[in-house]
Design a protein around this ligand. Structure first.
Ligand code: FE2
Ligand code: FE2
Length: 312
């Protein structure tokens, strides 16, 4: 059903980040049930229409890189992905370690940089490993840059999404986080300029953020474990148990639209049941305009049992 000027997106990508799963049902900081956070996100994925073509996890998948955490992550996510018919793209983060990540998620003992190319019906998704063993900041070595340049030398049918944990953008809301940013971003910019990369997906900050890099849109997804409060009260830095979310990326032929999806439920104050959809779709465009857009229509004047929907 097309209500407006735009057709449905060509690709739908669920962008999740910073799951930080722990083995043995342990709690992060003694409090955060990281598996419950992931489960909330997975439950929401089932509600999406259109369903995602890919689930991209941009790093910090296992808080302490424990093999059991990777096994549980896979056990939770893969059945959902199979249900949805979505490909899963795993990306390394600074909390991950290459050997258990490779063994646990890709069944390989190759413990070098975990860089991979995924083809999702003509959309190329490149997972770039920005991790540095024993450190939290990010780097991309010369070999990886040469590999990326080679991959991008052939454009993909529907372009490329570049998924990487350390986002190549400033961190104005949490200045000290720049200590663990991606180093030497200029070298990456040089590889990306003129390429078919349509968007860069990142994580690491534990809050949602947006920018551009080498002229390419950048979207940073928040975390499903805890979030970083971008406006804390008299705290140098503050991780909080709230505001967790993931981000949807809808790809149209000429742009990408990002939408933040909060994990926590909230009480509904206005709405209509889903069977109203069929009634709305049965209307002509003119009828829809008169009923849904007109301020004094019965729809907007409100039913006895429903508050009028808020006007966007
Ligand atoms: Fe993280
Ligand atoms: Fe991180």
């Amino acid at each position: 059903m097309q209500y407006g000027q735009y057709p449905a997106p060509r690709f739908t990508v669920a962008h999740l980040s910073d799951v930080h799963l722990l083995a043995d049902d342990a709690r992060q900081y003694g409090v955060i049930d990281t598996e419950a956070g992931l489960q909330l996100a997975l439950d929401r994925l089932h509600r999406l229409d259109p369903v995602p073509d890919a689930l991209v996890f941009t790093g910090d998948l296992a808080d302490k890189a424990e093999p059991d955490a990777y096994a549980r992550l896979r056990g939770l996510v893969e059945p959902v992905a199979a249900d949805l018919g979505a490909q899963v793209v795993w990306v390394m983060g600074n909390h991950d370690e290459r050997a258990p990540f490779a063994r646990g998620l890709y069944d390989t003992d190759d413990a070098g940089p975990q860089d991979r190319v995924h083809d999702v019906g003509g959309l190329r998704i490149v997972a770039l490993d920005t991790s540095v063993p024993q450190y939290h900041h990010g780097e991309i070595d010369a070999g990886q840059l040469a590999w990326l340049r080679d991959v991008l030398s052939t454009p993909a049918e529907h372009g490329t999404l570049l998924a990487m944990h350390h986002p190549p953008i400033p961190v104005p809301m949490v200045e000290v986080a720049a200590v663990i940013e991606l180093h030497d971003q200029a070298a990456l910019a040089e590889v990306l300029e003129g390429s078919d990369v349509r968007c860069i997906l990142g994580g690491h900050f534990h809050y949602s953020s947006y920018s551009t890099f080498a002229g390419i849109p950048v979207s940073v997804a928040s975390a499903s474990c805890y979030s970083t409060d971008p406006a804390p009260l008299e705290r140098f830095i503050s991780g909080v148990n709230g505001h967790q979310s993931f981000t949807m990326a809808h790809l149209y032929d000429d742009r990408v639209v990002h939408t933040v999806v909060p994990l926590a439920p909230a009480p509904e104050v206005s709405g209509f049941p889903s069977d109203v959809r069929a009634q709305v779709e049965a209307l002509s465009p003119e009828e829809r305009r008169e009923i849904l857009s007109r301020k004094d229509s019965f729809f907007n004047a409100g039913f006895e049992d429903h508050a009028p929907p808020a006007q966007p």
